[in-house]
Design a protein. Sequence first.
Length: 442
Amino acid sequence: MPPALNRLAEDLNSRLEAAAPEVLAMLSAYGRRIYFPKGILSQGAEAKKHAHKVNATIGIATEGGHAMHLSSMARHVGDLAPEEIYNYAPPAGRPGLRERWREKLLEENPSLRGKQFGLPVTTAAITHGLSLVGELFLDPGDLLVLPDKLWGNYRLGFEVRLGAEIVTYPFFRGQGFNTEGFAEALATHARGREKLVVLLNFPNNPTGYMPTAAEGDAIAAALVAQAEAGTRIVALCDDAYFGLFYHLGGESMTESLFGLLTGRHPNLLAVKLDGATKELFAWGLRCGFITFGPGRPDSAEEVCTVLDAKARGAIRAAISNSPMLSQSVVEKALSSPSLADERKEKSELLRARAARVFEVTGSPRFAESWEVYPFNSGYFMCVKVQGVDAETVRKRLLEDEGIGVISTGPHDIRVAFSCLEEEGVEPLFEALHRVVQKLRTD
C-alpha cells in the first residue's frame, strides 16, 4: 500500500487540483507525496524576522554576530561577508539571486514578456535540476521523448535512476532539425498514454545545433497540437548552453523555447533548466535554476507557488540547499555593469573557434572521411565518420595521435571546439582524417 499523504502534501495537491487539475495529473507519485515541511526551517524563518533579542534557532555556529569561520578559508574568498559564504542558503536559493535570474530571463527571451511564470528555484547546477524535475514528474515506465542525438547522462538519470523509458526520433532531416519526425514521435508515443515528458536540449549536446526561428515555431506548434489532442505534456527545456549562438550556415533562434511554450495550453507545462555553468563560464560553482511556465495564465501564480513548494521540499529532502558561496558570487556577477561585455567577449572567442571548425571540416578533401552534422551554437560539433567504427577511430586517434575526442554512436564523433585554440583546429581534423583513412585501408 502506498504511504498516506502528509496533510501538507494533501493541501498542496488540493490547491493544484483547483488551479490546474491537468498539472496535478502530470505529477509522479513522489511529486504528489512531496511537500515543504513546517518545521525547523519555517520556524527559523519566523525567528529571523521577529526574534529581535536572541535567535537560538540557527543550525550554525556564530561568533561576534557573524557566522563562525576559519581564517585559512576566509583569506581566499575576497570581499564577501561571512554571511555570504558560510551560512546556509534557503532551499530555493538566495532571494536576490532568484530575482536577478528572472530579470535575466525576461531580458533575453522576448517571448516571455507579459507571460506568467515562476520565480526560478536555485539548484546545484542543471544536472541536479534535471534530477529534481524527473522526481516530480516521472514514474517508472513513463516515456521521455528525446532526439537520437542526446547527452548520455539523460539515460543514467532518467532510465537507470528513475525507471523511465527514453524513446527517440531522428534529430536531423537534411540540414536542419527534424520537425516532422518530432511531431510524428509525439503522436506515436502519445497513443494509449495520458502523459508524455518531452526534453528539448538546445543548443544541443552533442551536436551543437540550435533550431532556426521557423523550426522553433514548428516545435512549439507540434507540442500545442498534441496538448490540444488531450495529451498532458511536460516540456523540459535544457538550456545549458543558452546564449552561445554563432549563426553558422544561417540564422538560428536566440531565445529559449520556454518562452514559446509558456501559457500556450492547459495540458502543456514548460519547465526551464539553465544556470551559471556555461552561461557565466562558472562550471565548478554548480549553480543552476528551475523555472516553471504553466499553461493556464489565469492560475499560473498559484500553480507556480505549489510547484515551488514541492521543489523546495525535494531539495530539502535530498541536499537541504545549494552552496551559499556559489550563489553569492553569481548574484554579485549578475549585478555587475560589466557582465554583458565580459560574456560577449567570451562568446565571440567561442564563435571564432566554431567558425574555424565550420570552415575546416567542410573542406571537400575531407568528404570521404566524414559527413558534418549541422552545428551553429554551444560547445560541440559532430561528424559521422565514413565506413569505420567511431569507437575504433576514437581509440586509434588517442593512441596514435595523442588526441582525445568522444564517440557518441556507432559512427559519430563529438569534438568540443570550446576547448580548442583556433590554431589547433586544422591539425586535429587532419589527424582525424589520417586515422579514418588508415582504418579504411587496413
